[in-house]
Design a protein around this ligand. Structure first.
Ligand SMILES: [Fe+2]
Length: 299
């Protein structure tokens, strides 16, 4: 096994010549240690079957069963399928997922610690996934923005990202939205979280799911969130992974937000995702740390 660690301050550790079919507890611990350190791991040259892929997830933790069945692989509910490629003549999973900045399951009381992604069909032009290191963003936040997120909670709401299913035909949008709100009501998490393994802090908001900071007016939230998202999503913060055949990615949702690239019209794309609970709480909530004189001053 060859492990190429990233440059200081960068994310993404690369594993070469690793056999992911035979992951001992020691190797699983090493992989997770590398992921917590470097936030994202790339395993090159993999050819796992579906059952081998699920076994790999089990070696790393507890595979998630996603709350909406229409995303499941028909034979393996642990596999969340993002695909526009039919399997055995059937539509499988959902196409065009995750094309907005987010952390997986951020809208849930128990967000997803680790995500593993294994493309099955790559578009013929190119496919990329984009990441932002929210620890780095937190550490660089201007004082006026830090004052808004320090020891506060952010509200996350998944309803605008709901993808209608075949069962929604003939239903009114208002009824669909009411049902989604019952299924996944908005939830608050600390706006800054502390990693349970590394103890490091990261900003935990995303333009895909985060509706605002608890306690602010609608107007103030609009101003604050627009500025936060603009600061977070600046190009200098974005790490690009360009997929190669045989890549498997594993990343830490406690420190990264991510976004999928669009699939060009007419091209095929299929990916198998497995969410993994690693046995640690998602976060510990940090106490107030910012300088006391940092007063919100957004006009
Ligand atoms: Fe995602």
């Amino acid at each position: 096994m060859i492990i190429n660690v990233p440059a200081e301050g960068a994310i993404g550790v690369e594993f070469l010549e690793v056999d992911l079919r035979t992951v001992t507890p020691e190797i699983a611990a090493l992989i997770k240690d590398q992921v917590y350190r470097h936030k994202l791991a790339v395993f090159r040259g993999q050819t796992l079957s579906k059952t081998e892929y699920i076994e790999l997830a089990r070696a790393l933790g507890r595979p998630q069963i996603y709350f909406q069945k229409n995303y499941h692989h028909p034979d393996h509910p642990e596999i969340f399928v993002s695909s526009n490629v039919p399997e055995n003549g059937r539509k499988v999973g959902v196409s065009g997922t995750g094309r907005y900045w987010h952390s997986d399951y951020q809208f849930d009381p128990e967000p997803l610690p680790l995500t593993m992604l294994y493309p099955q069909v790559l578009p013929s032009s190119k496919r990329e996934t984009y990441y932002i290191d929210m620890r780095r963003v937190y550490e660089a936040l201007p004082a006026d923005l830090l004052a808004y997120v320090d020891a506060t909670r952010a509200i996350h709401d998944a309803k605008w990202r709901y993808k209608v299913t075949a069962d929604d035909i003939d239903r009114a949008v208002v009824d669909i939205l009411a049902e989604v709100a019952r299924m996944v009501p908005p939830i608050a998490h600390p706006a800054v979280i502390e990693h349970p393994v590394t103890g490091r802090r990261a900003l935990y908001i995303s333009s895909g799911f985060s509706a605002g900071i608890e306690g602010l007016s609608h107007e103030e939230n609009k101003r604050v969130m627009d500025r936060l998202f603009a600061f977070i999503e600046q190009e200098a913060h974005v790490h690009v992974h360009t997929w190669k055949e045989g890549d498997i990615l594993l990343w830490d949702n406690r420190t990264l937000i991510h976004r999928a690239s669009d699939t060009p019209a007419g091209e095929r794309s299929s990916s198998y995702r497995i969410g993994i609970y690693d046995g640690f709480p998602f976060y510990t909530a940090p106490s107030r740390v910012s300088v006391p004189e940092a007063v919100p001053c957004l006009a």
